[in-house]
Design a protein around this ligand. Structure first.
Ligand SMILES: Nc1nc2c(ncn2[C@@H]2O[C@H](COP(=O)(O)OP(=O)(O)OP(=O)(O)O)[C@@H](O)[C@H]2O)c(=O)[nH]1
Ligand SMILES: [Mg+2]
Length: 281
């Protein structure tokens, strides 16, 4: 057991544009899947922790929604999540898709990242190098390197699990000294909270049928255990258009009441305890 003063601990913000492989990379670094991954952009809708603890360090990855040009409130909410992680991170992992050349949105985001470089160490991670021919790699690396003055540039393939040991070593070196934030065996933040949000979303989509398209999101604002009184959950439902708000609330609040009841029953069944659910739109 090393002396406590040698131990390192901190938050690593995993940021980048949609679909570059942030969640895949976090899962690969953890050695087990905790974050949802899909070929479609905007899969990750809220920040999620991936916690890796060994005898030298506790690395707390914060997987974030892809930063993108926002067209609606949902988009704004997702960008806001990523921005929180950016502010809070002890280390920034800026992930890019190296299989394609940088485009204008990459330049815009890179500029923002470069602006943070004085506050936090920034690692530029060139992902998806498995899709590159060997003679393309150098050129592509130079293209991205020129966009942002990173402390370090690492080439990886999250999918093929290449370059990960080197990346993890670099991250650990850059972390501040500190003690455990989470129990050593904890791998992610509250599953329950995430599941509760997904259950509320599912209940809403089911009851609303086709009246409101899939552009609906749920944020858990508070999740408090109150012993015998059960859990207190406060959540907000976000819709894409203002006109959808009335539909979700319903006549005299009838629809939101139904959604709340259905979701509460589901959450109680999942967690085998009483739940008090307070919903807002
Ligand atoms: N070839 C290749 N594909 C990859 C690699 N990493 C991720 N992918 C694929 O890229 C797609 C997007 O991966 P995600 O991990 O969901 O991407 P993300 O950045 O978390 O996306 P958002 O959450 O939507 O912002 C998936 O189809 C992955 O399988 C890689 O190293 N090589
Ligand atoms: Mg993701």
């Amino acid at each position: 057991m090393p002396a406590m003063t040698d131990f390192k601990a901190g938050f690593v913000a995993v940021v980048g544009r949609p679909n570059v492989g942030k969640s895949t990379l976090m899962n690969a670094l953890l050695g087990q899947p905790v974050a949802a991954v899909s070929p479609k952009p905007q899969t990750t809708r809220r920040n999620q922790l991936g916690i890796l603890t060994d005898d030298r360090a506790q690395v707390i990855f914060v997987d974030t929604p892809g930063l993108h040009e926002e067209h609606n409130k949902l988009g704004a909410l997702m960008n806001e999540q990523a921005n929180f992680a950016l502010e809070d991170g002890d280390v920034l992992l800026y992930i890019v898709d190296a299989s394609v050349a940088p485009t204008e949105p990459d330049r815009v985001l890179a500029k923002r990242m470069a602006g943070r470089n004085n506050q936090q160490p920034l690692l530029l991670v060139l992902n998806k190098i498995d899709l590159l021919k060997v003679d393309e790699a150098g050129k592509r690396r130079a293209e991205y390197e020129s966009l942002v003055a990173a402390k370090l540039v690492v080439e990886v393939s999250a999918l093929k699990r290449a370059g990960l040991a080197e990346l993890l070593e670099s991250i650990t070196e850059l972390l501040p000294a500190g003690e455990l934030y989470y129990p050593a065996d904890q791998v992610t933040d509250l599953y329950e909270k995430q599941i509760a949000a997904d259950l509320i979303r599912a209940a809403a989509l089911k009851l609303l049928r086709d009246e409101v398209p899939h552009g609906i999101d749920v944020r858990i604002d508070q999740f408090t255990e109150r012993g015998d009184k059960g859990a207190l959950i406060e959540a907000t439902i976000f819709v894409e258009r203002d006109s959808h708000k009335g539909i979700v609330i319903g006549d005299g609040g009838s629809m939101i009441k139904q959604i709340g009841k259905a979701a509460r029953q589901e959450i109680e069944a999942m967690s085998a305890r009483k739940v008090f659910l307070d919903l807002r739109v």
